[in-house]
Design a protein around this ligand. Structure first.
Ligand code: SAM
Ligand code: DTB
Ligand code: SF4
Length: 314
C-alpha cells in the first residue's frame, strides 16, 4: 500500500471486514497479547521556537506550561528505573527543541541514552531536526529508535506549523534511517484535517525507503493557550479505522495508541487493540499532559486477560 487510492480502498471497507483484516495481519506478525509499554519523559520542557499549533511547549503561545532546563542524567536514571520497575520496556525522552545544538546539552542526551540502554530498556528520543553526524552519535550510544512525526499530510502541514517544512521532517527521517536507527513516525488526528489528510500521511510514511518501526497515532489533546485549544474530538470509529489501516499498511510496525487515551473509554481502547494497535504510552504523564494512571492501565489489561507487566515477554 503506497498510494492514497490504495489507502482509501482499505480505510472505507465495511468496518467489520476492516477490523478482521487488520486483526489477521496482526495475528500473522505478532499476536494480540503483546502490547508494548513505553514510558515517556520530558527531559527539556517549554520555550520551543517552533509554532506547532497543538503544542503546549511552543514559545509562540500563552500556555501555562513553564520552561524547565535540561534534566540531569541522574534525574533521568531515576525515572527510567521507576519506569522499568512499573513494567515499561521502552523509555522515550522528548526535548522541546527545534534541533539539538552540539555541545554539552547534546553530550548529556547521549549519556542519558547510554544510561537507559544500560538498564536493559529500549531507548527512544525526540529532539527535533537532526544532522547526519548527530544521528551517528545517537546510534553509537545504541539508541533504539528516533521519534519524529510527520503529524499530518503535506498539504495540511502549513495550517499547523509554519516554522519548518515537511521536507525538513523527511530529511531528518532519512538521516535517522541512514544511521541505522529505527524510525518512529506518525501523527496527530483532530486538528481540523480530513480523513484523506490522515491517509496521505500514512501514504508518505509507506513511501519512505525505510519503513517505520513504530507509528504513533496521537489524538489531539487540546492545550490551553494554543490555537487548537477549542478543537473537538475525532469520531471514535474514525480512530479505529485509521489504526486498522495503519496495521494493514505496516504489518511489522508497532502501532502506538498514543496521546489522548485518558479520554477514551475502555471499550474504544480495546477496539483499537483489536484493530491492531499494539503499543501505548504507560505512566501517569505524557510530556506535559495527563495519561491514564498505571492503575487504570493495569485494570484495562486485566480486563483484557493480559499478563501483568513484566511477565508479558515470558
Ligand atoms: N520537539 C520535538 C518534535 O516536535 O519533533 C519532539 C516533541 S513533540 C511534543 C512530539 C510529538 O508529540 C509531536 O510531533 C506531536 O505529534 C505530539 N504532540 C504534541 N503535542 C500534542 C498534543 N497536544 N496532542 C497530541 N499530540 C501531541
Ligand atoms: C508521540 O507521537 N507522542 C508523544 C511522543 N511522540 C513524544 C508526545 C505526546 C505529547 C502529548 C502532549 C503533551 O504531553 O504535551
Ligand atoms: Fe516544539 Fe515539538 Fe512542541 Fe513543535 S511539537 S512546539 S517542535 S516541542
Amino acid at each position: 500500500m503506497k498510494t492514497l487510492d490504495e489507502f482509501q480502498a482499505v480505510y472505507h471497507l465495511p468496518l467489520s471486514e476492516l477490523i478482521l483484516r487488520a486483526a489477521g495481519v496482526h495475528q500473522a506478525h505478532r499476536g494480540h497479547n503483546d502490547i508494548q509499554r513505553c514510558a515517556l519523559l520530558s527531559i527539556k520542557t517549554g520555550g520551543c521556537p517552533e509554532d506547532c499549533k497543538y503544542c503546549s511547549q511552543s514559545a509562540h503561545y500563552d500556555s501555562p506550561v513553564g520552561r524547565e532546563p535540561l534534566l540531569t542524567v541522574d534525574e533521568v536514571r531515576e525515572k527510567a528505573e521507576q519506569a522499568k520497575a512499573s513494567g515499561a520496556t521502552r523509555f522515550c525522552m522528548g526535548a522541546a527543541w527545534r534541533a539539538p545544538k552540539d555541545g554539552p546539552d547534546f553530550d548529556r542526551v547521549i549519556d542519558m541514552v547510554r544510561v537507559v540502554r544500560g538498564l536493559g530498556m529500549e531507548a527512544c528520543v525526540t529532539l527535533g531536526m537532526l544532522t547526519d553526524d548527530q544521528a551517528r552519535r545517537l546510534k553509537d550510544a545504541d539508541l533504539t529508535a528516533y521519534n519524529h512525526n510527520l503529524d499530518t499530510s503535506r498539504r495540511f502541514y502549513p495550517e499547523v506549523i509554519t516554522t519548518r517544512k515537511y521536507d525538513d521532517r523527511l530529511d531528518t527521517l532519512r538521516a535517522v534511517a541512514k544511521a541505522g536507527i529505527s524510525v518512529c513516525s506518525g501523527g496527530i488526528v483532530g486538528m481540523g484535517e480530513t480523513v484523506d489528510d490522515r491517509l496521505m500521511m500514512l501514504a508518505e510514511l509507506a513511501q519512505l525507503e525505510t519503513q517505520p518501526e513504530s507509528v504513533p497515532i496521537n489524538c489531539l489533546m487540546p492545550q490551553s493557550g494554543t490555537p487548537l485549544q477549542m478543537a473537538t474530538d475525532v469520531d471514535s470509529i474514525e480512530i479505529v479505522r485509521l489504526i486498522a489501516t495503519a496495521r494493514i499498511a505496516f504489518p511489522k510496525a508497532r502501532v502506538r495508541l498514543s496521546a489522548g487515551r485518558d479520554r477514551m473509554s475502555r471499550e474504544l481502547q480495546i477496539l483499537c487493540f483489536l484493530a491492531g494497535a499494539d503499543s501505548v504510552f504507560y505512566g501517569d504523564k505524557l510530556l506535559t499532559a495527563p495519561n491514564p494512571t498505571s492503575t487504570d492501565d493495569a485494570a484495562l489489561f486485566r480486563s483484557m486477560g493480559l499478563p501483568e507487566p513484566g511477565l508479558a515477554a515470558v
